[in-house]
Design a protein around this ligand. Sequence first.
Ligand code: ZN
Length: 108
Amino acid sequence: MEDDHRREDEWFRENEKQLLQAAQVARLRRERERAARKAASELAKLRDMHLMKCPKCGHDLKEQELEGIKVDRCTHCEGVFFDAGELDQIFAKKAAERRGFFRRLAGI
Ligand SMILES: [Zn+2]
């Protein structure tokens, strides 16, 4: 009889241990999901705050197309900014087109 009790206790302890482990795994998964949602939300917030804003003075940037290349020019300090790969596009142009691009960039 005492053996039956001990076996029953052991079974309950093992069962509870497994239930606790499953609950812990589920909690860790929810924690990771919350962290991922928070990171995505903070990235979106940062993007909204800085998208098309001048990195020097914070005013609006305006897109301007010069010789087929879109550059961003600040509406306040007149700084000019390139996206990744745009400089490569400029260097890939023929000399005359490249000169034309820089003349238009300088407004001459
Ligand atoms: Zn600016």
